[in-house]
Design a protein around this ligand. Structure first.
Ligand code: ADP
Ligand code: MG
Length: 452
C-alpha cells in the first residue's frame, strides 16, 4: 500500500522537478517504511541523503500527506537496495565508507604550485583590486561575494592568485575541502564520469567541496553538456553558500558561446580584472626574482639598470619576463660573467625582438571601451548613439595609427564595417582633435597606456 502511494508521489515529483532532477535524486530513493509518522528512505550515500533532505524532503512529506499518509518526519539511512543508476553496487555495510574513500581519493584537483603564494605575489596598481579580493576570499570568513571572478590576459597572475587562495585557506583550515582545477580538467572528469557511468559520484564530489576554483573557464564555451553540468554544480554550491572562484581570459559578458544564464550567474558576484602590467609592477616583480636568484647563484653581480631595461622592454606578460630573467642568470653563471646590459641584450635578443611592442586592434578596442565605460560588444556593434559612436571612432583612429593594419582589416575587426566607414571615423577624429582639447587629452592618455 505504501508502495502505491510512493508511486503517486513520485509521479507528482516528476512533474514538478523535471526529468533530470527526478532521475538524479528521486529515482534512487527507496521507501523502506512509514511507521509512527516517520517515513524512512534508503539512500546510496550520506551525501545523497543530505542533499535530498535539504532540497526535496518538504515536498516529499507534503505529497505523502496529500495522498493520505501520516508523516511528521522524513529520515534517510544508508541502504544496499537504493543503488543510484550510475554507481556501482556496494554492500550496505561499506556504503558510508565507500562514499568517504571515493571522495578523499578523487577529491584532489590539479596540483598546486608551491611557489604561487601571496608572499611571492607582487602587488601594483594593475592588480591591486584582484589581489585584495583574493585576500578577502582567502580569509575564509563568511562568503561575501560569490563567485569571485578574476579575469585578464595571459600571464598576468590569475593562476598564481588562485593557488595563493587555496594555499592560504588550507593553512588556516586544513579540514576545508578546497578543490582547484582547470575548466579543461572539469570537462575531462565530466566526460569520463559519463563514460564510466559514474555521474552520481561526479555530482557528489563536486557538490561536497567547501571551495571550488575553476581556472580558465572560457575553455568550456561552446561545450554544451559540460556547460550545463558546470551550471548545475555552480548553482548547487552557491545555494549552499560555498565559495566559488573562477578565472577567465576575459569578462563573463565577453566570452563567446557561453550560455547567457551562465554569463549572468558569473556576473552575480565580484568581477575584477587584472590589468596589463605597468612599468613599476614589472620592475617590482623583477627585483623580487632577482633577489631570489642572487641567493641561488651566489656571487653573481647584476649591474645597475639591467632590471629597469628589462621592465621597460619586455611588456608582453609576466611569464615572459620571468623567463628572461631565469635565462639571464643561468647564462651569466655558466659563463661566469657579471650581468650587464650588453650581456642582457645578447642573451635575450630573441625575446627582446619578439616583444617589440605590437599593439593589436583588439587591445585598442578593449582599452577604449574601458576608458569610456562602454561595453566592448557595443563598441564593435552597430549602435549609433553618440556616446558609443565617438569612442568607436577614437578606437578606429588609434587602430589606424598604432597598428600596421589596413583599413579593410580594421573594418573587419569592427564588426565587418566597410573601409570607407573606418576612413570616415579616422578623419572625424583628426578634425576634432584640433578643436576639442578634452578629446586630445583622452587620445594622448590612451596612446600612452597602449604604448607602455
Ligand atoms: P595567468 O594564469 O594569468 O595566465 P599566471 O598566474 O600563470 O598567469 O602567471 C604567470 C607567471 O607570472 C607565474 O610564474 C606567476 O608566478 C608570475 N606572476 C604573475 N603576476 C605576478 C605578480 N604580480 N607577482 C609575482 N609573480 C607574478
Ligand atoms: Mg592561468
Amino acid at each position: 500500500m505504501t508502495d502505491d502511494t510512493w508511486g503517486l508521489v513520485r509521479n507528482d515529483l516528476l512533474k514538478r522537478i523535471g526529468k533530470n532532477n527526478f532521475v538524479t535524486w528521486i529515482e534512487p530513493l527507496r521507501l523502506a517504511a512509514i511507521e509512527d509518522g516517520v517515513a524512512r528512505f534508503e539512500v546510496p550515500t550520506v551525501f545523497f541523503g543530505d542533499w535530498v533532505s535539504r532540497n526535496y524532503a518538504d515536498q516529499i512529506q507534503s505529497d505523502l500527506k496529500r495522498h493520505g499518509q501520516t508523516v511528521e518526519r522524513i529520515e534517510f539511512s544508508l541502504g544496499a537496495g537504493a543503488k543510484p543508476r550510475t554507481a556501482t553496487r556496494v554492500p550496505a555495510a561499506s556504503a558510508a565508507q565507500k562514499a568517504r574513500t571515493t571522495s578523499d581519493e578523487e577529491f584532489r584537483g590539479a596540483a598546486l604550485d608551491a611557489r604561487f603564494t601571496f608572499e611571492s605575489f607582487v602587488v601594483g596598481k594593475p592588480n591591486e583590486l584582484a589581489h585584495a579580493a583574493a585576500r578577502r576570499v582567502a580569509e575564509g570568513g563568511p562568503v561575501s561575494f560569490n563567485p569571485l571572478f578574476l579575469y585578464g590576459g595571459v600571464g598576468l597572475g590569475k593562476t598564481h592568485l588562485m593557488h595563493a587562495i587555496a594555499h592560504e585557506l588550507q593553512v588556516r583550515n586544513p579540514e576545508l575541502k578546497v578543490l582547484y582545477l582547470s575548466a579543461e580538467q572539469f570537462m575531462y572528469r565530466f566526460v569520463q564520469a559519463l563514460r564510466e557511468r559514474q555521474i552520481m559520484d561526479f555530482k557528489e564530489l563536486f557538490r561536497s567541496v567547501d571551495v571550488l576554483m575553476v581556472d580558465d573557464v572560457q575553455f568550456i564555451a561552446g561545450k554544451d553538456s559540460t556547460q550545463e553540468e558546470f551550471f548545475h554544480t555552480f548553482n548547487a554550491l552557491v545555494d549552499q553558500n560555498k565559495q566559488i572562484v573562477i578565472s577567465a581570459d576575459r569578462a563573463p559578458g565577453e566570452i563567446k558561446d557561453l550560455e547567457e544564464r551562465i554569463k549572468s550567474r558569473l556576473q552575480c558576484g565580484l568581477v575584477v580584472d587584472l590589468h596589463p602590467t605597468d612599468y613599476e609592477l614589472r620592475l617590482g616583480i623583477l627585483q623580487q626574482k632577482a633577489d631570489y636568484y642572487r641567493q641561488q647563484y651566489r656571487g653573481l653581480v647584476i649591474s645597475d639598470g639591467v632590471l629597469e631595461f628589462l621592465a621597460h622592454r619586455i611588456t608582453t606578460n609576466v611569464r615572459v619576463l620571468e623567463g628572461a630573467l631565469t635565462r639571464l642568470f643561468a647564462f651569466a653563471s655558466l659563463v661566469g660573467r657579471e650581468i650587464t646590459l650588453e650581456l642582457a641584450q645578447d642573451c635575450l635578443a630573441d625575446i627582446l625582438r619578439a616583444s617589440d611592442r605590437k599593439i593589436t586592434v583588439e587591445e585598442i578596442q578593449r582599452r577604449v571601451a574601458e576608458h569610456y565605460n562602454v561595453r566592448l560588444s557595443d563598441l564593435i556593434g552597430p549602435k549609433r548613439v553618440r556616446n558609443i559612436a565617438r569612442p568607436r571612432q577614437i578606437a578606429m583612429y588609434l587602430a589606424k595609427h598604432l597598428t600596421p593594419r589596413s583599413l579593410p582589416e580594421i573594418g573587419r575587426r569592427f564588426g565587418g564595417r566597410d573601409h570607407t566607414t573606418i576612413m570616415h571615423g579616422v578623419r572625424r577624429i583628426e578634425e576634432l582633435m584640433t578643436t576639442d582639447s578634452q578629446l586630445a587629452d583622452d587620445l594622448q592618455l590612451l596612446r600612452r597606456l597602449l604604448e607602455s
